[in-house]
Design a protein around this ligand. Sequence first.
Ligand code: OMP
Length: 274
Amino acid sequence: MNKEQLIKQIFAKKSFLCVGLDTDIKKIPEHLKESENPIFDFNKAIIDATAPYCVAYKPNLAFYESLGVKGLIAFEQTVEYLKKEYPEHFIIADAKRGDIGNTSKMYARTFFEEYDIDALTVAPYMGEDSVKPFLEYEDKWVILLALTSNKGSNDFQMTEDKNGKRLFEKVLEKSQEWGNEDNMMYVVGATQGSMFENIRTHVPHHFLLVPGVGAQGGSLQEVCKYGMNNECGLLVNSSRGIIYASNGKDFAETAATKAKELQEEMAVELEKIK
Ligand SMILES: O=C(O)c1cc(=O)[nH]c(=O)n1[C@@H]1O[C@H](COP(=O)(O)O)[C@@H](O)[C@H]1O
């Protein structure tokens, strides 16, 4: 999916919500655990319930890989289901990959050819040759970690060089020599609040993937105030806050209610940039 198509979806659905499919076998409702394929059944129900309110899904590979081959099969089935039933939804594989060029090429082949997913999260710290192989695919996206939502973002990303430039700022600047706003987005945590203002001085037109609302406590209003541009420019992710809002038989309806609440807040924010 290209940028124009993504923006069209956002304004058509009045939503820039990404539902995170961080499906943990230990957290899914008891009654599903008896099924032959509990992870896929859970995902399918969540997707069917939330699809009207979101424009993207983000399965995080850690949750699938933790179950070995069974988990990977459920991941693949989820991606296939999305592509067949909801082809207008943007799919992000959250795998935070990146290695020497020759190995990154293999990661790129996995996610962009084998699974044919729209976007992949990538760590920037091995530099240009580790990121470029992902940028060789048309209408596919690299989502580069810039300023993450966790406390540890202070350890490296916020550190300054002798001229006062912080590492995440260097990532934003340097990576623009490799890709552009049509094939690169950046991860900025919702917990970073007013830092979005600084981020936008470096990347006014790029899309930002923003995890950290819901369970991590980030504020959607603050993210929009400082981070939204006139094309929206945001994909805001919530995982646990939606998919585990209930672990009873009503889990899918409750997930839909939570997704709808966020979508309605997003519709208000989108009105402001019309
Ligand atoms: O790349 C990510 O998506 C990501 C980056 C970041 O800075 N913080 C962050 O929470 N994430 C991911 O976003 C999701 C957040 O999940 P919840 O906190 O349950 O909404 C998880 O899959 C995280 O791995």
